[in-house]
Design a protein around this ligand. Structure first.
Ligand code: MCA
Ligand code: AMP
Length: 506
């Protein structure tokens, strides 16, 4: 037995002088640099007493060092636990308590506060900054660049990624070495990635899309990437002549289309544009094809499963669909309540099974059990149907989830914050069509009698508690919420009533 995931990368690694990554500050890493520096960082982790299976929680800005830290964690046999840089201390506290990390790597600006937060737990708090004395990068620079990778098998954990739950509590999806390796291999084949590819990587690296779909695919193909800290449409356009592929959330494509310079010529060197994490509107797909001559390839995945389906590389990329199940992955549509498979063409719950599907939620056996069928299929919470040609259409969500600019927002979490305020009787948080973010987080609030609480008060109370992307873009006050005979709030009626509030003017 060796290190299952890193060996998979290693087996396809190109010559050491080949470029792996070029950052937007001009720094670059070859494959040889990556091997040497991830080895040094793995040594530094072991010096912090990280043992196989220990969690290493990471909340840092995107940088070459952050990518190396991910690989160092894999090589050191630890479990990588990335956290959105937008998370507040209030949000972080829950993750640290739940995951009990051995090491927490964070930005220098947060180190003292996080240190106080986890004082009793014995977790070690370190920073990553490359100029900071005593930081992990600094300690790594003094280590050997040879490292004997810690042995890890296919079922051992490589990462835990938190994904919010409908109850408001985040669940840690446990992803094994084989979950990640198998999916990266399949995607390289399906999307025809090779060592000649240059990916424009402008996604954050704390979620599945930027970390596993983008970075793992590049590593598994021996390709290279232009590693951008921020998505800046003008800059992305300027990189296209040097690149071959782009992966993005639909907001990337919407914003790029607003650039006059986006033309067939501008995209002339590119061979593939991929979209995922949220529904790509058919109109965006059409507009992109008209402007660039390229049909965007849409795919569908989840934190728990990595990628499940993809439109074909060769063959029709059908707008408004997420394509066909990937090789080795089974997908079926079932009756959401009974769990019985439905006939082709019927709408129901999307369930998936395959080597990509996670083992369960960290320390939540009951939740895990509830989301798997006895025959091993995972219940995604997405509603869909399969057309006569086998293309999967996602037609809605069985789960109460908003996706804003590719980030998932669970209404319950925001409703709990708002409901706790003096002056609020109750609230309902909904997603409403938004021209930029796909869906805009919108709060519908009922005041307590006599209360004068306003949108500003609500914004002030949430600031500092919830990550910015979760904040309602609009707060609407009503006398009462619509309810059905069972007393359940009818969010569909609210979504209908406010469907035009973000409509583009003119
Ligand atoms: C930023 N803001 C947002 C979002 N991002 N608000 C709602 N939704 C968002 N996604 C806030 C900012 O804090 C700011 O607030 C205001 O909106 C405008 O910011 P702006 O500068 O326009 O935003 P940005 O920094 O350009 O970011 C937009 C973005 C970013 C580039 C689309 O959100 C992004 O990188 N999204 C990708 C997320 C992702 O990787 N998802 C994959 C998850 P203020 O003005 O008040 O300061 S993995 C997944 O979903 C599955 C597995 C899958 O299938 O891939
Ligand atoms: P998460 O696991 O939190 O990152 O989000 C996964 C969810 O994003 C899925 O369950 C879907 O609801 C949604 N999703 C991902 N890709 C797509 C897509 N191409 N079209 C529609 N929804 C998508």
């Amino acid at each position: 037995m060796t290190n299952h995931l890193f060996d998979a990368f290693r087996s396809r690694m190109p010559a050491p002088e080949r470029l792996l990554l070029e950052a937007d500050d001009g720094r670059s890493l070859t494959y040889g640099d990556m091997l040497a520096r991830s080895a040094q960082m793995a040594h530094a982790l072991l010096q912090l007493d990280v043992e196989p299976g220990d969690r290493v929680a990471v909340q840092v800005e995107k940088s070459p060092e952050a990518a190396l830290l991910y690989l160092a964690c894999v090589r050191a046999g630890s479990v990588f636990l990335p956290l959105n840089t937008a998370y507040t201390l209030t949000e972080l506290e829950y993750f640290f308590e739940d995951a009990a990390p051995r090491v927490i790597v964070c930005d220098p600006s947060k180190a003292a506060e996080i240190g106080r937060l986890v004082e009793a737990s014995g977790a070690v708090v370190v920073t990553l900054d490359r100029n900071g004395q005593g930081s992990l990068a600094d300690q790594a620079s003094r280590q050997s660049s040879d490292f004997h990778d810690v042995e890890r098998g296919s079922d051992d954990l490589a990462a835990i990624l938190y994904t919010s739950g409908t109850t408001g509590r985040s669940k840690g999806a446990m992803l094994s070495h084989e979950n990640l390796a198998s999916n990266a291999r399949v995607l390289v084949d399906c999307w025809r990635f090779s060592a000649d590819d240059v990916l424009i990587h402008a996604l954050p690296i704390f979620h599945t899309h930027g970390l596993f779909v983008a970075t793992n695919v590049v590593l598994m193909a021996g390709a290279s990437m232009l590693f951008e800290r921020k998505f800046d449409p003008a800059r992305i356009l300027s990189l296209m002549p040097r690149a071959t592929t782009l992966m993005g959330v639909p907001t990337f494509y919407v914003r790029l289309l607003q650039q006059e310079a986006l033309t067939k010529d501008a995209a002339g060197a590119m061979r593939l544009f991929i979209s995922g994490s949220a529904p790509l509107l058919a109109e965006t797909h059409r507009a992109w094809r008209d402007r660039t001559g390229h049909a965007i390839l849409e795919r569908y995945g989840m934190t728990e499963t990595n990628m499940n389906t993809s439109n074909p590389y060769h063959g029709e990329r059908r707008a408004g669909t997420v394509g066909l199940p990937l090789p080795g992955i089974s997908l079926r549509i079932t009756d959401p309540e009974a769990g019985e498979p439905l006939a082709q063409g019927e709408i129901g719950m999307i369930e998936v099974k395959g080597p990509n599907v996670f083992g369960g939620y960290w320390r939540m056996p009951e939740k895990t059990k509830a989301e798997f069928r006895p025959d091993g299929f995972f219940i995604t919470g997405d509603l869909g149907m399969v057309d006569t040609d086998g293309y999967v259409h996602i037609v809605g969500r069985g789960k109460d989830l908003i996706i804003s600019g590719g980030y998932n927002v669970y209404p319950k979490e925001i409703e709990s914050e708002i409901d706790a305020l003096d002056g609020v009787s109750e609230s309902a948080v909904i997603g409403v069509a938004h021209p930029d973010f796909g869906e805009g987080v919108t709060a519908v609030v009922v005041r307590k009698p006599g209360s004068a609480i306003d949108a500003g008060d609500i914004a002030d109370s949430i600031a500092g508690r919830l990550a910015k992307y979760k904040h309602p873009k609009r707060v609407i006050f009503v006398d009462e919420l619509p309810r059905n005979t069972m007393g359940k709030v009818q969010k569909n009626l609210l979504r209908e009533a406010y469907k035009d509030i973000y409509a583009q003017k003119g």
